[in-house]
Design a protein around this ligand. Structure first.
Ligand SMILES: O=C(O)CCC(=O)C(=O)O
Ligand SMILES: [Fe+2]
Length: 289
């Protein structure tokens, strides 16, 4: 995309800024950028941990992927999905990051009893990666009619430099309020240029696309999203983070991985995910599960 002609801007905050202000702006614009979400030490530890997974990746190794999914991401994108089960740094420093949880509380919590991790995937977009099609991440639940409230809070965390040339994510402020088929014009598209450790926060209903990578460098980002606790998640967290691992985790991590009871009875919501009519987290704490 020719970024010269794009005048759209994304509001920028710092990770220490007031979460109410961040949430209000995200609900208004559909997107914000939060600077310095992850510090250098965390980035280095995480990148070192996942480098090994990517070292042996080639086209043959990726042939297991569904063709439509490969087309959606483009053949130049390497993935590491299911981070909750694969990365200790992710679990410790990202999964329940207070800045992310503060947004989940404000964006998702009003519409569910408990929210949960939806998806956690590193996307290494290699040189030559083409621009992705514009899409809404909450399009994964097409059976639902428009409900008028957010189903999903998504982030793209820059694990390395996010420049326009490297294929920084293209995001369309305000598009969460658009009719479904409206096509963004160049001047409506913002480029989420970020330093390593910065994050773009957006709603599941906001239009966006991975940008074209015209450089000879990879663009590595972590795509992470959370959704209402009564939805089916994109990553199957019960299998990517199986119970033998989950038993060893702190309660907040167990909960965000979807093992918590969704007890919405007081607000006329569903009593979901029980085991023997009890909260699985209590059963785990008692050594019964
Ligand atoms: O890689 C990007 O910048 C965006 C990826 C994306 O939007 C997605 O996977 O849903
Ligand atoms: Fe997306």
């Amino acid at each position: 995309m020719n970024t010269e002609i794009s005048s759209a801007q994304i509001a920028r905050f710092h990770a220490h800024d007031n979460p109410d202000a961040i949430a209000a702006r995200m609900l208004a614009d559909g997107v914000v950028i939060v600077r310095a979400m992850l510090d250098r030490a965390t980035l280095d530890a995480f990148n070192a941990e996942i480098d090994g997974y990517f070292a042996g990746e080639d086209d043959v190794a990726r042939s297991y992927m569904n063709g439509t999914v490969t087309q959606f991401f483009g053949p130049q994108t390497r993935h590491l999905a299911g981070l909750a089960g694969k990365s200790a740094v992710f679990r410790r420093d990202v999964l329940c990051h207070p800045v992310l949880m503060a947004q989940c509380e404000r964006i998702l919590r009003p519409h569910c009893a408990t929210y949960q991790l939806n998806f956690a995937d590193v996307m290494d977009r290699w040189p030559g990666a083409a621009q992705q099609i514009f899409h809404r991440d909450d399009g994964i639940w097409p059976y639902l009619p428009p409900l008028g409230f957010p189903l999903e809070f998504a982030t793209m965390i820059a694990l390395g430099p996010f420049t326009a040339e490297r294929g920084a994510t293209l995001i369309v402020p305000g598009s969460h309020r658009w009719e479904k088929d409206r096509v963004p014009q160049p001047h409506e598209i913002a480029v989420a240029e970020m330093e390593p450790g910065d994050a773009a926060f957006y709603l599941g209903s906001t239009l966006h696309a991975g940008g074209e990578n015209t450089t000879d460098q990879r663009r590595r980002g972590m795509h992470l999203s959370y959704c209402l606790g009564w939805l089916r998640t994109e990553d199957n967290n019960y299998l990517t983070a199986p119970i033998d691992l989950v038993r060893t985790l702190p309660r907040d991590q167990q909960a965000i991985l979807g093992y918590a009871l969704h007890d919405g009875i007081e607000v006329n919501g569903g009593f979901l995910g029980a085991v023997d009519w009890r909260n699985p987290l209590d059963l785990m704490a008692e050594g019964r599960l």
